[in-house]
Design a protein around this ligand. Structure first.
Ligand SMILES: Cc1cc2nc3c(=O)[nH]c(=O)nc-3n(C[C@H](O)[C@H](O)[C@H](O)COP(=O)(O)O)c2cc1C
Length: 183
């Protein structure tokens, strides 16, 4: 298991981590928020299907007040100080029988990765999380048919220590356990 990010990587990658706390005084202004969402929407996607949706809720605005009650206590402990909470959603279905894209989750994840690195380039940090009441948030936001809320991204000035940063090795991710090669 690697623990530290690798120095041969680009600094935007090796310097990225999910902060465990944020600067509660930092404000995410309109140009910064637009840049983050632009980074996400310019990600590649299968057939250019762009199966992603985002609800950016900045600390103190009405959408933030809608999202916050649904955070799990474990998330609320640090995410409330983030400058914004961005709810992410994937478009999975066109109707009961027709999937919108078999790559919807893959593409959403890639868009979020782009947003995350854009944030890093802007001196900001992201901490994605699932620890919220999915059913409660879904009932509250009432996404359109076929859309599923997947995660929340806390964005802001990271000031806290790093989370679990252990990584599987290159040998591990390129072979066993997912691909057992014949001797
Ligand atoms: C889809 C997803 C869900 C996550 N859910 C949580 C969560 O509920 N709570 C949390 O503290 N971190 C959560 N994380 C953050 C991971 O724990 C973190 O990315 C991982 O430990 C690696 O650390 P790093 O991002 O600093 O490299 C989540 C990350 C992803 C991508």
């Amino acid at each position: 298991m690697d623990v530290q990010a690798q120095p041969h990587l680009h600094p935007l990658l090796s310097g990225r981590f999910s902060p465990s706390s944020f600067d509660a005084t930092h404000v995410l202004d309109d140009p910064a928020l637009t840049a983050l969402l632009d980074a996400a929407r310019w990600a590649p996607s299968a057939g250019n299907s762009q199966p992603w949706g985002f609800l950016p809720a900045r600390r103190g605005d009405d959408d933030h007040r809608r999202v916050v009650p649904h955070l799990a206590p474990s998330s609320a402990a640090w995410a409330l100080d983030a400058s914004a909470l961005v709810v992410t959603a994937a478009r999975l279905w066109v109707d009961d029988d027709i999937a919108y894209s078999e790559f919807a989750d893959y593409d959403l994840g890639q868009a979020v990765a782009h947003l995350t690195i854009q944030a890093q380039a802007m001196g900001l940090a992201c901490h994605q999380f699932r620890a919220f009441d999915l059913d409660g948030l879904t009932a509250c936001l009432a996404p359109d048919y076929g859309w599923t809320i997947r995660s929340i991204i806390a964005v802001g000035k990271g000031v806290g220590s790093r989370a679990d940063r252990r990584r599987r090795s290159v040998a591990d991710v390129t072979g066993d356990p997912w691909l057992t090669r014949a001797p």
